[in-house]
Design a protein around this ligand. Structure first.
Ligand SMILES: Cc1ncc(COP(=O)(O)O)c(C=O)c1O
Length: 497
């Protein structure tokens, strides 16, 4: 039988449960996974000192609740582990004006992956001299913005990009400006996965200049010979959600080797080495990420040893954590709407559950695409109350017209969860709001920062009027009020079935 071209995630394919045995306490908040301020008071989840029912009542659901102290604390952990290096927050994980200001105030650098991320950071007042711009297909307009703003580095990704940059940089120099500082992004032939890494000679992907084919060296030599460009250093990024330092160490070994080749070919000693991001976080209790301090120590040792061997001075190191800063401190709150028990078969082997409860919530793949896109695993808890009801095998799904619209594939929830209850999904701070869409015309949820008992909406809920405003026919039309997925003023949290 031919599979649907969109792959098995698209179809109604029931996979066996990966939920394992039910945990002894279904309401437990593993400190590994939940924001630092998460606690249960009288059974109810509190974040930043606030009960989730109050947050849901005031701001509606779905709702991203961001623990400010957690976010900034993790940024500070990286900064103190890498005191002798530059820590760049990879803003693709989650960016808004407030986050740009926190990162600026806390002294970190920032990576942008598009002209618009760059514009947002600049508009928020982020110092241009601490911004790097990434991207495999930067347009002339984006490059011009970077050159005019005077950002710290353009991370060059292709020969076409060098061609595009040369006249822009020449014009800046002709007008009395400095040469444009660049890093060359090298593809070092190492692919890191969560629990392993693969070092191969081939790099079948769109980013960077291949080290194996010599393109990275050719690009470096070309940039060094352009008077209006300044090659400040090299960059490599090997993947995301990595738990093992071996991949970073192998990448460091290879990229320092390239520093040596550049020195041999041109006599230039490059000052900077950026090893990218990708530091993993705990989505589930069993995930075991490495601490920033451990990674920093290992990288320092490898780089010092490699440089000593090549007789080169140790360059300034930079890293680009995104998920590890933004991910763990945010929780998404949803309200349960529909619960549908689905029989998984006529009979089952002993111990195999026969029923899975499809617990539908008021968001889904439009606010968290990661389960559908990457098969990501999340955990969630009943948030508005504690329950001692026996465990039921559940799948938390969204309200989109798509059977792959799954938020938490397999988990145990108390069997008495009911419509109106709140669910909290952990570790949704990275690559969830930033990847949000308006699929099925669902509206993007707000983000509320909580701290010490107060809450501030740092991104407001999108309205149907916002969406109508983009539509040639509907612009100016009044949207039905209240818009379908906006909260009613009094949110029916905990309403009975
Ligand atoms: C170049 C670069 N740097 C940093 C990151 C951030 O990765 P993470 O959020 O996993 O730390 C990414 C993400 O893919 C990236 O492409």
């Amino acid at each position: 039988m031919r599979a649907h071209p969109a792959g098995p995630l698209h179809g109604n394919i029931q996979q066996p449960s990966a939920a394992g045995a039910p945990p002894s306490d279904l309401g437990a908040l593993d400190p590994h996974v939940w924001p630092r301020s998460a606690e249960r008071i009288d059974g109810e989840l509190h974040l930043g000192g606030l009960p989730v029912t109050d947050l849901a009542r005031t701001h509606g659901t779905p709702l991203f609740v961001l623990d400010e102290d957690d976010f900034r604390g993790r940024a500070a952990d990286f900064a103190s582990a890498f005191t002798d290096a530059d820590v760049h927050y990879a803003s693709k994980a989650f960016l808004c004006g407030q986050v740009a200001r926190w990162i600026a105030d806390d002294g970190l650098h920032l990576d942008a992956c598009s002209g618009n991320e760059l514009s947002l950071a600049l508009a928020a007042g982020f110092p241009a001299g601490r911004i790097a711009l990434h991207g495999n297909n930067k347009s002339l307009v984006e490059l011009q913005l970077a050159v005019d703003a005077g950002i710290a580095h353009v991370v060059v990704d292709s020969f076409d990009e060098i061609d595009r940059l040369v006249p822009l940089a020449a014009a800046r120099v002709a007008a009395g400006g400095t040469p444009v500082p660049l890093l060359i992004r090298a593809t070092v032939g190492i692919e890191a996965h969560t629990h392993e890494f693969i070092a191969t000679a081939h790099e079948d992907q769109k980013f960077g200049f291949s080290l194996a084919t010599g393109d990275a060296l050719t690009a470096a030599v070309r940039v060094i010979r352009e008077p209006a460009l300044h090659l400040a250093g090299l960059h490599s990024h090997i993947g995301s959600q990595i738990f093992d330092t071996a991949g970073f160490e192998a990448a460091a070994h290879r990229v320092v080797g390239l520093l040596g080749q550049v020195h041999q070919a041109t006599g230039e000693v490059l000052d900077e080495l950026n090893l990218g991001g990708g530091f993993g976080i705990a989505y589930l209790a069993e995930d075991d990420p490495v601490s920033p301090r451990d990674v920093a120590g290992k990288l320092r040792t490898v780089i010092a040893a490699e440089c000593a061997q090549l007789g080169l001075p140790v360059p300034r190191l930079a890293v680009e954590p995104g998920r590890a800063i933004a991910g763990p401190g945010t929780v998404t709150l949803y309200e349960i709407g529909t619960i549908k028990p689905v029989r998984l078969g006529a009979s089952g082997a002993p111990g195999t559950p026969l029923v899975r409860n499809y617990v539908s919530v008021d968001g889904g793949m439009s606010d968290n695409i990661r389960t559908a896109l990457y098969d990501a695993n999340y955990t969630c808890v009943l948030a508005n109350r504690i329950s001692d009801a026996p465990p039921a095998l559940c799948r938390v799904v969204g309200k989109h017209c798509e059977s792959g619209d799954i938020l938490v594939r397999d988990l145990w929830l108390p069997s008495d969860v009911q419509p109106g209850d709140l669910l909290a999904v952990a570790a949704t701070g990275a690559y969830c709001w930033s990847m949000a869409s308006n699929y099925n015309y669902l509206l993007k949820p707000p983000v509320v920062a909580v701290r010490g008992g107060s809450a501030a909406e740092i991104i407001r809920r999108q309205t149907l009027s916002d969406v109508f405003a983009l539509d040639a026919v509907l612009a100016g039309e009044a949207a039905p009020s209240p818009a379908p997925s906006q909260p009613a003023p009094e949110h029916p949290v905990g309403a009975q079935r």
